[in-house]
Design a protein around this ligand. Sequence first.
Ligand code: 2NL
Length: 350
Amino acid sequence: MNAPVTLDAAMVADVERRASAALAAATTTDELRAAEAETLGKRGELTGLNARVGGLDPPARKDAGALLNAARARLRALHDARAAELDAAAGAERVAAERLDLSEVLPGPVRGSLNLVTQTRDALEDTFIGMGFVVAEGPEVESDWHNFEALNMPPAHPARSGFDTLYLDWGEPESALLRTHTSPVQVRLMLEQPPPIYAVMPGRVYRKDTPDARHTPSFSQIEGLVVDHGITFGDLAGTIDTFTRAYFGPNISARLRPGYFPFTEPSAEFEITCTICEGLGCRTCSGTGWVELGGCGMVHPNVFEAVGVDPEEWTGFAFGFGIDRLAQMRFAIPDMRVLADNDLRFITQF
Ligand code: 2NL
């Protein structure tokens, strides 16, 4: 007669203790896989104990089965936790091994910085946000309607030729273009939401220009738009003045002189104290003490009609100027082309 089959809690605890130690001792995923086979696998001690359950007296079977299942569940959890730990460690090691130190590509302690135009744009946005404006953006590829027609420039309008537009070979001839100014963003804003509007629109614009010291075929612009009840030319002048002092400091002021734009009436050009000589007169300002920065005016009723804003109820003003030109003035840069040249001798100064 065979010896009676026994299986008590102490035996299960003993096997579980050895199995836990084996799983915890694994230091690589391969070692863990081996420990798993040894402890939880078909040939493992725990499975050996399982085989004995069938030989127990029926009343003892249920208790023994429960003990073994609980032990197996705890060991499985231990195994899974260890596997996650080892996976994370292996991942971190792989990242460390594949790390590429790009700073070695540059000579010396150079770390890189934002382009001067981007820095200038950021500072302008900050200034206008401080004055209560929001910042809006829009597409660089535009329709003829958003770029010209809605802005009171129908197809044959003479002002269009002054923009030297770059057209895209897309759809009807001359229907898609690279925006020549950021005004179409203002058109989109007015179409999207009812007044009041206090917003600035910075962004890249395109003109078919031959590069020289003062022109590049792509440059950045910022325009502003205010639409509300009872807005007057006085509000426009005050806004230009406040902005100029906030951005350039107390030694620089602004003045307006009559101008013409198809999308504003009346229109004005705005000039600021020459930042090079602070108004004394120099070569940059041709001895006048003033340099032109941009243009502005009261939004033309035809523009309001085009975008569905009632010109009897609302009035507004708009202004625009070149960001590159502004940076050129603030940092006394003789040739605009250096802004896009990637010459370290220039870039590392800012
Ligand atoms: C300049 C002059 C200007 C505007 C831009 C504008 C936009 C709308 C309606 C009316 Cl939607 N006006 N924009 C107005 C006057 C001047 O820019 O010299 N920019 C570089």
